[in-house]
Ligand binder design. Structure first.
Ligand code: F6P
Length: 323
């Protein structure tokens, strides 16, 4: 535990070797908050933990057994892993090494196949949709193309949902190969019909158009590509080909924070209660999942095995309204 959150946790709460007792009192009144109250971060991996050497270089060390020892010493008999495929895969790894683990699917990306939906996604879609609605005003008033860049490293759920909800004229997502010339042709057709503005929604993980470099070329502390900015390359390519003024709005991390939607609050509550029940029942190596309105336990190994992209049929529905 590195820190408290908004002063909700007093130093006494985390003075005991970094442990917080998550009592009713300590979690009271937090359901309207985003972020993490325990100050956890989700991109570390105990199997490849970065350790800095004396010469300043970093090596990856497998700290699985050390971690298991620490769980044992602390008297923790079950771990509840809350996160997306990365965090849940780590949970699954620890389960395979003998720890009792229950997963809770939480990711803005909505890409876990074994649950109907993950919490965080609905809030992000609502926010991105409101942003698109607002951007339409500038697009129409100034006859501009506006490229709206949303989150999505490998899957384009937010782009597709917010794009459909916001009436996007084109949606570019990682799982559907795009041709910038086709996008341009769509926007030109609109102009010929007298509609002089367009909204193009882009997932931040898509490749830039040919001839353009990613704007952000650095890696994060865990070796992942830092994302953000591909919308600029796409807007430049559109403007170069059409002459239409093309502007960019990168929504970035504002999609992650703030007030969760009522849907996400209820889903998170139900999955949390489900996970606690599964742990108390003695289940392990499972993930709480929403299936046909019921919270059920699905094998964690299966949950992390298949990442779900936007189905072609859904993308085609969005495409029906392009242009
Ligand atoms: O994995 C979740 C996710 O939110 C992706 O959708 C997003 O593209 C990525 O993380 C960006 O995260 P950050 O900029 O914080 O590294």
């Amino acid at each position: 535990i590195r820190d408290g959150f908004h002063g909700l946790m007093s130093p006494e709460d985390y003075s005991d070797g970094g442990l917080i007792n998550l009592s009713r009192e300590s979690v009271r009144g937090i359901s309207h908050l985003g972020g993490t109250i325990i100050g956890s971060t989700n991109k570390g991996n105990p199997t490849a933990y970065p350790v800095q050497q004396e010469d300043g270089t970093w090596v990856e060390v497998d700290r699985t057994h050390e971690l298991l020892e620490r769980f044992k010493e602390a008297g923790i008999d079950a771990l509840v892993t809350v996160g997306g495929d990365g965090s849940l895969s780590i949970g699954n790894h620890l389960f395979q090494h003998g720890l009792r683990v229950v997963g809770v699917p939480k990711t803005i990306d909505n890409d876990l196949d074994k649950t109907h939906v993950t919490f965080g996604f609905d809030t992000a879609v609502d926010f991105a949709t409101e942003c698109i609605d607002r951007l339409v005003s500038t697009a129409t008033s100034h006859n501009r193309v506006i490229v709206v860049e949303v989150m999505g490293r490998t899957k384009g759920w937010i782009a597709t949902y917010a794009g459909i909800a916001g009436g996007a004229d084109a949606i570019i997502i990682p799982e559907h190969e795009y041709d910038i010339e086709e996008i341009v042709a769509t926007l030109r057709r609109r102009h010929r019909k007298g509609i002089k503005y367009s909204i193009v929604v882009v997932a931040e993980g898509v490749a830039p158009p040919p001839g353009f470099e990613p704007v952000e070329q650095r890696k994060d502390a865990f070796g992942f590509d830092r994302l953000g900015g591909v919308g600029y390359a796409i807007a430049a390519a559109i403007e170069a080909r059409t002459g239409f003024e093309s502007r960019v709005s990168v929504l970035g991390h504002v999609q992650r924070g703030g007030t969760p939607s009522a849907f996400d609050r209820v889903l998170a509550t139900r999955l949390g209660v489900g996970a606690a029940d599964f742990a108390i029942e003695g289940q392990s190596g499972v993930m709480a999942a929403l299936r046909s309105e019921r919270i059920v336990a699905v094998p964690l190994s299966e949950a992390v095995d298949s990442i779900r992209g936007v189905p072609e049929r859904l993308y085609e529905t969005a495409q029906t309204f392009f242009g």
